[in-house]
Design a protein around this ligand. Structure first.
Ligand code: NDP
Ligand code: TDO
Length: 308
């Protein structure tokens, strides 16, 4: 039997990215996969992934015990408090999960020499000059973004082997999801005949969850270190994304009301113009994401499968 190329621990494996990583890596027998999460596994039974470690990354002793037991070569850290508006309201909980837990993981990686691949975000930027390269100056405009920048700094100043994966507005469908994403809630609203307001002055490079998982796995396979932008390649406003969704699913576009950020307010401020240039990931890793329309196509097939 060929020796495995490495043991990969995934945190937050029940999440949208987490589940896509499990699906992708479990199909490559060069790697031993260890999915972990806060509660019981919510992975589809049909995937036949038996392994599961219950791991609350906020509890340092649990993190140390898992590393002691498994000694992972790589850790793909996806777990976080990702509801941006809740982060603004519940700052202590957000700091606990998005910063303190990263300190726990860094300590364990220092002790066991594990390579940490950490998920970060376009929300570390203020959105005044997007799209952004990896070297752009961070300046978060909401608490979620501030915690994610703090986490980056802890990792980059720690000296451990690490890669920071920054991404943008992830879309996709997973099993028993803990939060929705733009294509799903737009599609759902239009199917229910609900009017929705979509801003036309915020700019993103929306990212298919499968592409993001591919980018993280490429970093593992290359043993890559440093900061990588891993996002979609199309620069779109939420209004354009909603129109494309209505187009694709043949839904009523007249329910989509064009708005702007002066009229449409969310609890946490959103950076206006973000999105990423991805030439570094393309050159170093061979990363090659789908177009937004092809991404919606992949999602549509999965929705059809899930509904059947
Ligand atoms: N989604 C997006 O648009 C973007 C995401 N990112 C980053 O990518 C990463 C993955 O995002 P995404 O897949 O959408 O996240 P999800 O919210 O889908 O998943 C996060 C996971 O973390 C788990 N979790 C929560 N608390 C703990 C804990 N204490 N210990 C262990 N696990 C815990 C959750 O468990 P449970 O399911 O039980 O609640 C959930 O499964 C995050 O770091 C996020 O900041 C960056 C940019 C955009
Ligand atoms: C709910 C809603 C959002 N929007 C816009 C605002 C925003 O730019 C975009 C997405 O808004 P949402 O609130 O759905 O998603 P949001 O919380 O902005 O998503 C963020 O999640 C975290 C985890 C990240 O790291 C960021 O990269 C980003 O993806 O759509 C509307 O125009 N109308 C609406 O009714």
């Amino acid at each position: 039997m060929r020796s495995k190329k490495g043991k990969i621990l995934i945190t937050g494996a029940n999440g949208l990215l987490g589940q896509k990583l499990v699906k992708l890596i479990s199909e490559d027998d060069n790697f031993e996969l260890i999915p972990s999460g806060l509660g019981e596994s919510r992975l589809p039974i049909s995937w036949g992934v038996e392994k599961w470690e219950k791991l609350d990354i906020c509890v340092e002793s649990q993190v140390m015990a898992i590393f002691e037991k498994l000694k992972p070569d790589f850790v793909i850290h996806t777990a976080a408090m990702t509801n941006v508006d809740q982060c603004e309201e519940y700052k202590e909980e957000c700091k606990e999960l998005n910063i303190q837990a990263v300190l726990n993981l860094v300590k364990a990686c220092e002790k066991f020499g594990s390579h940490l691949i950490h998920l970060s975000t376009d929300f570390i930027f203020d959105g005044n000059e997007g799209p952004y390269h990896e070297e752009a100056k961070a300046n978060p405009v909401n608490f979620y973004g501030w915690t994610k920048l703090e986490a980056e700094n802890i990792i980059l100043n720690s000296g451990i082997d690490s890669a920071i994966v920054r991404t943008v507005l992830v879309y996709g469908i997973a099993n028993d999801m803990s939060r929705s994403n733009i294509i799903l809630w737009v599609k759902d609203a239009l199917e229910k005949g609900k009017q929705i307001n979509l801003v036309n002055d915020q700019v993103r490079t929306p990212t298919l969850a499968e592409d993001l998982a591919e980018g993280c796995f490429l970093i593992v396979k290359h043993g890559a270190k440093g900061v990588y932008n891993i996002s979609g390649k199309d620069v779109l406003t939420p209004y354009q994304m909603a129109l494309a969704t209505a187009e694709f699913f043949n839904l009523d576009k007249s329910l989509i009301l064009e708005s702007d950020s002066s009229k449409f307010k969310q609890k946490a401020k959103r950076p206006m113009k973000t999105g990423f240039y991805i030439d570094k990931a393309k050159k170093d890793l061979g990363y090659n994401p789908k177009s937004f329309m092809d991404g919606i196509g992949i999602l549509a097939k999965q929705i059809k499968l899930a509904d059947s």
